[in-house]
Each structure stands twice: as C-alpha cells, then as structure tokens.
Design a protein around this ligand. Sequence first.
Ligand code: UD1
Length: 422
Amino acid sequence: MDYLQIQKAQKLHGEIKISGAKNAALPLIAMSILAKNIVTIKNLPHVADIKTLLKLLSNLGAECSSSWENDTTTIDTSTLNQTKATYDIVKTMRASILVLGPILARFGHCEVSLPGGCAIGQRPVDLHLKALEQMGAVINIEAGYIHAIAPNGLKGCNIIFDKITVTGTANIVMAAALASGVTTITNAAREPEVVQLCEILNASGVKIDGIATAVLTIHGTAGELLDIEPFSVIPDRIEAGTYLCAAAITRSELTLKGANAKHLGAVLSKLQEMGSKFTITDDSITIHPSEVIKHVKIVTQEYPAFPTDMQAQFLALATQADGTSIIEERLFENRFMHVSELQRMGADISLNGNVATVNGHSKLSGTDVMATDLRASSALVLAGLVADGITNVHRIYHLDRGYDSLEKKLQNVGADISRLKE
Ligand code: UD1
C-alpha cells in the first residue's frame, strides 16, 4: 500500500492545472449508456473512481478506450449485453448506482448491488428507487441486489425529492431522458456537475427546461437512443478548492489554471472572510493569502451553499486561524473522521454532534495519520504542509479515488511530498 510523506512546506509558488471534475465525469460516463453513437469524452481526471466506472461499463459489454496522450476516452455502448452491476465493483464505489437509471431506461431491466454503508454516513439510495417506482419500475431488493424492471418502459411523472440528492437527480434525469412523456423533478440538485449532465442531454435531443434550477422538466424520447456530440468535462471545483486551501494554509500565492471561479462562490467567499484575496480570469484563479488567517463560521449545505466536500479541508485550515471557528456538517452524519487524526497532530478541536469547534491557532506536529475518506485525506495533507517535522498519511487509496496526481501537482509548486510504499 502507498502512503504520502510530507515535510513542512516553506512557501508554495507557481501554477497548478486543475483536472476534470470526478463528480461530473461519473454521471457523464453513465450517460453514454443512453447513446446510439460512440461517445467521446475529453478532460476525464486520472483517478481511480473513473477507472472503476469504465471497468463496470466494460464488464457490461461496452467498449471503452482511453488515450491519455490525446486526453480522449471513447465509449461504445452498442455492444452492451449485461445489465447487472455486481458487488465487487459497487462495493469499491457507491456512484456505480448511476448506471441504474440509464440501464433500466434502455433495457427495461437492471440489477445493481446495494452500495451498503460508507465511512461518512449511511448514504441510502431510497430516493433513487422511489422515483424510479413512480416512473413505473417494479423494484425488489433480494440478496443484497436491487432488481428493477420496467417491461413497458419508464413513464414521465412528477417527482418531488424529499431531500436534495446529487446522484439521485442525475440518475432520474438519465432515466427520464428515455422515458415516454414528461418528467418533472422538484427539489432537484443544482450542482454544476448535474447542470453539465442536463446541458449535454439537452444538446442531444432531450429537451430539459429549468436547467440549474430546483425544478427540472425532462421531455423523454420514448426509448429513442441519443446522438451525443464529443464534450469536455468541467473543471473539478473541489480539487480547485483543496489547492486554494493549500495556498491559504501555507500563506502562498498560487495560480490555478483551468479553474472556474463561478462554481466556487461559497468557497471563495469563506476564504475571503479568512483574509485571502483573488485575481480571477475566465479560466484561472490566483489566490493572494494573508499572513494572518481569520476564524470562520461554516455550515455545509447543498449547492450553491458551502460544499460538504470542502468541509475537511477548511477544518484543517481553521486549525491555523486566529480565534475560534465553528464548522457545522449538515449533509452527512459521520463526516468528522479526520478530526481525531488532526487532534493527534496537535489541533484543538471539540466535536458536539455535527458541529466542530476549532480553536486556533494550533502548532501542529507531523506524525503517522490515517486517511478515512476521500476529502479527509486531503485535509491531512494540508495539515502536513504546516506541521513541524514529517507527516505520513496512510491509506491514501481513498485520496487516489478522487485526486488526480495530487503529490505531483504539489511537488511542482514546491511542496516536499512523496509517495512511498508501506
Ligand atoms: C454526491 C457527491 C459527493 C458529495 C455529495 C453531497 C458524487 C459522485 N458524489 O454524493 O461527493 O459529498 O453529493 O454534495 O457526485 N440521501 C438519502 N437518500 C437517497 C439519496 C441521498 O437519504 O436516496 C441523503 C444522503 O444520505 C445525504 C444527502 O441525502 O445525507 C445528500 O446525499 P447525495 O446528494 O445523494 O450524495 P451523493 O449523490 O451520494
């Protein structure tokens, strides 16, 4: 197993190129199931989750081919001849559930292993299933698998999500794309990743009204497959946010190339409150951090509010702020696993339910720490950049699921970080 070894950083400097967004790429890859042509995707991030979903599609019979030199992946789902997403893949990546909507819509039946629990919370998929049932699917859970059938095809209907769900919205939008009639989704997710999926479907013959709003109206094609033009995945706002935190915590000026500031409103606004300034262009963000980091109050919520996927990184940053920061996690019930590791490094954090109180500024010391989930891993890397001595971050397979070449990108801007074998 690999681990990352980090020495306290002096200032970082230079540019980091932001990769394509994992959370946009996953539904877009699943979307290829709806296509009649070979789908060409650019700017896929080189991360484990993307490889996992491509493997799942290959297992189902699709032909996937990636040329990393040309930055192009093609997916041909005309050869798809299986409709079962098996446990061995789903257990490694919950987002595998994204194939349920499109496979069911195209083939009238689908089996997907139930994803099960997750380090950050229960993460049920009941809202996905309830919505598909409303569209006419018959769903049974047997022996750990979701069995869904819709022999007469899915039918458009009115769906009101009890909670805003990102992959739930993407799944139902894809199912509705091939359904007969009109589907309305109320309380839809508005994340930029969902917006890109809707925009591409809309450009491929599925009329969608209300894109980027909480009410989506999808005019299904009644089973006709789509002709999808080549497209490029939007930049990863969470990767960008993580490097902005790396700059802020080390008080370094960094430029993020390819980042889209429009997707980072809440993150930039909190960094500004903490003292950073920015120079923004159409495709770059330069952060000018202040020497003194101010404390902050953060509540995680659905987009466009502050993202839960940036909570751990801001918590690490808050350990270096002057004064007491309050960070409230509203989306996942167990998303503070990084707290105990940060405490081991010397952070002064107290947890009360879903609220973390962070007393800064703490002097952190490098030690061996364990990554517990994807974003928690990057929080530990950030802490390692300012901790005295050496920090070893173990179990970085979590980090590799979603960060493209993190250590190389940080090395290029002057960090002393290396990947070693246990
Ligand atoms: C997506 C992101 C993840 C991010 C999360 C919240 C992807 C691949 N992952 O995850 O990085 O942290 O959004 O922004 O895009 N819920 C239910 N029933 C359901 C579905 C969700 O109760 O059927 C609950 C969840 O437990 C959670 C909340 O709704 O408390 C939001 O979850 P959801 O938006 O679905 O998260 P994901 O799509 O899994």
